[in-house]
Design a binder for this molecule. Structure first.
Ligand SMILES: [Zn+2]
Length: 337
């Protein structure tokens, strides 16, 4: 196989679009860029923005990497799902308001390159496995805590998609049968507690109930401006109430992670997203909950770690997904080479 050239990876999210040029054999991503999605302007706006970004990334790859015009192999697209990989269609994304949207072919035709589409969380998990925290492991679960909670499964070195491309919806694992209402319509999903907006909402509710905290001062007295990041900043500034909110978040996440460990016995779980900035305030109570609930043998053999690639994971993984779809299985080299 010719190992030269590069693949464009595009990570479409509800909040932002990231794109970059990923060398075919891995390594430094060129031309990395990020723009807000601004889906309120409609689907055509978002597609045009993605196409513009891809063109700019190709220009940068030529300039920075000395690549020729024909060095680009194609485009890997990660999008919120559910979606159909075979037709390249996004079936439904509540965050973008799209239904049965032929994203892959719209991008491929506009840019004149081959493209592949997969779920954004699958892509991020694949990226961490190929080039990030999960290098060299055989089985990995990825959890991305953002606008929602994305999940991805790499089992025995391959992304597990399920029979209809819907596997890995870890955010919609029920944690509490009579719990908080989720965006999906169900009650008590993990996402309804531990997504960014859910953490913010829980923090606001507690403040309204009279908890003493610096959170309100941090947002100029406006409850609606509290975000998960505000909660993380308040913790680092020593706010006890914010730490309580994070501990509750970690406990709920720990329940979900323990369920995953008991089900899959994975070698690693990678957690990404802005909330991981809370560091030990998140990971310590999470690990304590996992030890309480998961089978000991499985818990002891699973490493639970923060993402190594951050925002880059989805871009690297989308490119990896294109490579696998067109050129066959990929190895994840061990970092201790
Ligand atoms: Zn749900």
């Amino acid at each position: 196989m010719d190992d030269g050239g590069y693949i464009i990876g595009v990570d479409l999210g509800g909040t932002s679009i990231n794109a970059g040029a990923v060398p075919f054999g891995g390594g430094t991503v060129l031309g990395m860029r990020s723009l807000p999605t601004e889906s309120q302007h409609g689907a055509k706006f978002v597609v045009d923005r993605m196409v513009g970004m891809i063109r700019s990334v190709i220009d940068d790859a030529k300039r920075e990497g000395g690549f020729s015009d024909d060095a680009v192999r194609g485009v890997g697209l990660g999008s919120p799902g559910p979606l159909d990989r075979s037709t390249g269609t996004v079936i439904e994304t509540p965050n973008l308001g799209w239904r049965n949207f032929p994203l892959r072919d719209l991008i491929a035709n506009a840019i004149g390159l081959e493209a592949e589409l997969d779920n954004d969380a699958n892509a991020a998990t694949l990226g961490e496995w190929w080039q990030g925290a999960g290098r060299g492991v055989r089985s990995l679960v990825g959890l991305t805590l953002g606008t929602g909670i994305g999940g991805g499964l790499v089992l025995d070195g391959e992304v597990y998609h399920g029979v209809s491309d819907a596997a890995g919806e870890i955010g919609h694992m029920t944690i509490n049968s009579t719990g908080r209402k989720c965006n999906c319509g169900n009650y008590g999903c993990l996402e309804a507690y531990a997504s960014g907006p859910a953490i913010a909402a829980r923090a606001v509710e507690g403040r309204e109930a009279g908890a003493a905290s610096m959170l309100l001062d941090m947002v100029g007295g406006d409850f609606t401006r509290i975000t998960a990041e505000t909660v993380s900043e308040a913790i680092l500034a020593g706010d006890g109430y914010a730490a309580d909110v994070m501990r509750e978040t970690a406990t709920v996440l720990g329940i979900g992670v323990a369920n995953l460990i008991n089900l899959l016995n994975p070698e690693m779980i990678v957690i990404s997203g802005g909330v991981t900035r809370a560091g030990d305030h998140l990971f310590e109570p999470l690990l304590a909950e996992v030890r309480k609930r998961a089978f000991r043998k499985a818990a002891e053999s699973c490493r639970i770690v923060p993402s190594a690639l951050g925002d880059m994971a989805g871009v690297v993984g989308a490119a990896a997904m294109f490579r696998i779809a067109r050129f066959g299985p990929l190895d994840s080299p061990s970092p201790a080479r």
